[in-house]
Ligand binder design. Structure first.
Ligand SMILES: NC(=O)c1ccc[n+]([C@@H]2O[C@H](COP(=O)([O-])OP(=O)(O)OC[C@H]3O[C@@H](n4cnc5c(N)ncnc54)[C@H](O)[C@@H]3O)[C@@H](O)[C@H]2O)c1
Length: 257
């Protein structure tokens, strides 16, 4: 198995892409710790994986919690090899509708949480002297904006550049850092949009050259590759897992021949 004897910590592992990633990395042989603010969803993921999977209830918008989840993972499994920085929240507001409270909530979760989880993971990798792997969950909204989600787009743009900065500083220590930019994926984060009616799903599908939205497992497959030794020369990169969303505009413009 590709990830035999590895220990992976996945934030936001209670749902969607984080859950699918936890399941996939476990299938590849990794010990799994998941951190999530939702204990019921976290317990569901633990049940799906079985074994001695660790769930840590944490609010990752707080720096002390980002340090604690690394410490608890190491206390349970003795080390850390992989951090999947995946927890995030969506905010459906334009900038003029966004309050300071909204901004703090989304930036503290998506950007500050990602930043400090990486910091404490890297300190642990250094202590071990083993190197390590970090995947940050970016988005096609890291480089293409969509209307009505200004603060979310700002955080995802920041995550992409943070990934490159981390890779510049730490790849020399054997710590590979990459990010993944998914297109629209079928997860609870998008459930609200899809519940507005089938036309939303149809329109979302058309944004992707492949003609459909993605599944969480398809993002998890990309994580599994990037953290494996097969990706040993890949660092500081962004992998799109977007069904061709970012390949061009033709499908969205309805001028496919
Ligand atoms: N679903 C998509 O279409 C899509 C597209 C591009 C990028 N992404 C990104 O993928 C990642 C996962 O998204 P998803 O669609 O699986 O979302 P989701 O809402 O299904 O899962 C997010 C998880 O993060 C947890 N979480 C949120 N805030 C937290 C906090 N402060 N502390 C701890 N846990 C917290 C939630 O409890 C939830 O379990 C996110 O970074 C998201 O921005 C998703």
């Amino acid at each position: 198995m590709k990830l035999q004897n590895r220990v992976a910590l996945i934030t936001g592992g209670g749902s969607g892409i984080g859950r699918a990633t936890a399941v996939r990395l476990a299938q590849d042989g990794s010990k799994i710790a998941i951190a999530d603010r939702n204990p019921a969803m976290g317990a569901e993921t633990v049940n799906l994986i079985g074994g001695d999977t660790l769930f840590i209830e944490a609010d990752l918008s707080k720096v002390s919690e980002t340090e604690r989840i690394v410490a608890e993972t190491v206390a349970k499994f003795g080390k850390l090899d992989i951090l999947v920085n995946n927890a995030a929240v969506m905010l459906e507001k334009t900038a003029v509708d966004t309050t300071e409270e909204d901004w703090d909530r989304i930036v503290n979760t998506n950007l500050k949480g990602t930043f400090f989880c990486a910091k404490y993971a890297i300190l642990q990798f250094r202590k071990q002297g083993t190197g390590g792997n970090i995947i940050n969950m970016a988005s096609v909204n890291s480089f293409f904006a969509e209307g009505g989600i200004a603060a979310y787009c700002a955080t995802k743009g920041g995550i992409a550049q943070f990934t490159r900065a981390l890779a510049m500083d730490h790849s020399i220590e054997g710590i590979r850092v990459n990010c993944i930019a998914p297109g629209w994926i079928e997860t609870p984060m998008n459930a609200k949009f899809f519940s507005m009616g089938p036309h939303i799903r149809e329109q979302a599908a058309k944004l992707h050259a492949i003609g459909r939205i993605g599944q969480a497992e398809e993002v998890a497959n990309a994580v599994a590759f990037l953290v494996s030794d097969e990706a040993g020369f890949i660092t500081g990169s962004m992998m799109t897992v977007d069904g061709g969303f970012s390949a061009g505009l033709a499908p969205a413009m309805g001028i496919v021949v």
